[in-house]
Ligand binder design. Structure first.
Ligand SMILES: Nc1ncnc2c1ncn2[C@@H]1O[C@H](COP(=O)(O)OP(=O)(O)OP(=O)(O)O)[C@@H](O)[C@H]1O
Ligand SMILES: [Mg+2]
Length: 387
């Protein structure tokens, strides 16, 4: 796959061809839709300004029908603003967007008929009970009273809210409200569902339940656009991902491609003899061209492996294997080593050159993968030397 670095000033780097070829024609657009529009979402040059700031700044995005598409990005990247534009909740200052074949500016009602939105701007009524909220939704969507009651009961059970069904929502915990909000969007499953950080604040059990619900929905033909700050969530659910930064898409691909491009992660080497640590650190640093740090365990060294996405640096694991072999070649015994997955912060750092705003305390020991030329030598040497 290609490098990320060319893409940063301009458009996004396309890592995947068709990230999600499945379910191409699973959902028929509502009447009046453009039959040629195959994508669930097609945004071109979207701009949204707030004062002098651009929350969305020339966003280009195509989301195929069917499956889950993840929008990732640090705080303030423009994820929620993008969803608000696509869901016709706010108008863009420039650019165009089609949602399920309908133009958001020209046909907002047709768009709204096909979508559901939930997340950071939840709209459930706190004075009503869980059941009443769901029944109200069902009635608004044209269900009979009996059908709405049935559907409400089924959803309350599915979302673990049956015991709280008769309580006013204002007495619900934050996680319960989120679950109810999601349930409200599923009374009649939409063709396209926007989920804006659906699991933020949920306990692990509830997160997994939401993931199961999303998968089930997708199995029934709904397309889901998901925003999340959690790479594991995007990893679990998404067929394709776009990474936003400063109102633009800066990278696209599958979860695996993003992680690969962000680097292999953290290498941890346990030496057979702690006395070798000084020499081992020098050899590893020379081999990997990254800072190598002593761990609090006297036999352990750690290094952040930078994958630059450059040709010659495709395989962080190959570079690591070569470096470990160098230790052995110099008579240094390695008891164990592990190569961890990059965290979401590392992915952001590699792609955007800055950490997520929620994680500025992370120690990166002066090494950043900003896509600068300084990294280009690091990856090529091990492969050449190994050959
Ligand atoms: N109504 C508004 N008025 C002024 N500025 C806004 C408004 N909505 C968003 N912004 C700004 O636009 C930028 C993008 O915000 P947005 O909410 O879209 O980001 P986000 O990617 O959803 O972030 P988060 O991860 O924190 O939810 C931010 O700088 C934000 O402060
Ligand atoms: Mg947001």
């Amino acid at each position: 796959m290609d490098t990320y670095r060319d893409a940063r000033p301009g458009g996004a780097t396309q890592l995947a061809g068709g990230a999600n070829p499945a379910a191409g024609g699973a959902i028929q657009p509502a009447g009046g839709a453009n039959p040629a529009a195959g994508a669930a979402i097609r945004a071109r040059g979207l701009v949204k300004r707030y004062g002098a700031a651009r929350a969305v700044d020339g966003l280009e995005l195509t989301v195929p029908r069917g499956g889950v598409f993840g929008l990732l990005g640090p705080n303030g990247a423009g994820k929620t603003t993008t969803i608000r534009i696509l869901a016709t909740l706010t108008r863009p200052d420039a650019g165009t967007a089609e949602v399920m074949g309908c133009d958001v500016a020209a046909e907002p009602r047709a768009v709204r008929r096909q979508i559901g939105v939930t997340g950071q701007f939840a709209t459930i009524d706190g004075t009503l009970t869980g059941t009443e909220n769901l029944v109200l939704q069902g009635r608004l969507l044209g269900l009979s009273r009996a059908a709405a009651q049935n559907r409400a009961g089924a959803l309350l059970a599915e979302f673990g809210l049956a015991d709280a069904a008769r309580r006013a929502v204002q007495s619900y915990s934050g996680g319960m409200r989120r679950r109810l909000d999601l349930a409200c969007r599923l009374v009649v499953p939409p063709a396209l569902l926007f989920l804006d950080e659906p699991t933020t604040g949920l306990d692990p059990q509830s997160r997994i339940a939401v993931w199961a619900t999303v998968r089930e929905l997708v199995g029934q033909g709904t397309t889901v656009l998901l925003t999340t700050q959690y790479l594991d969530e995007a990893d679990q659910l998404s067929d394709g991902i776009a990474v936003l930064d400063r109102g633009r898409v800066i990278a696209e691909g599958t979860p695996g491609q993003l992680k690969e491009a962000a680097g292999a992660g953290v290498l941890r080497v346990r030496l057979a003899d702690p006395a070798d640590r000084g020499l081992a650190a020098q050899l590893l640093a020379a081999a990997l061209r990254v800072p190598v740090a002593p761990d609090s365990d006297p036999a352990v060294l750690t290094a952040r492996i930078a994958g630059t996405g450059q040709a010659g640096d495709r395989h962080g694991s190959a570079a690591v294997a070569w470096a470990i072999a160098r230790l052995a070649g110099d008579g240094i015994g390695v008891a164990a080593f592990s190569l961890g997955q990059p965290s979401l912060d590392e992915v952001f750092l590699a792609l955007t050159g800055h950490a997520t705003s929620s994680s500025t305390t992370g120690s990166t020991t002066g090494h950043t993968t900003t896509g600068g030329a300084a990294d280009s030598a690091a990856g090529s040497e091990p492969e050449e030397a190994a050959g």
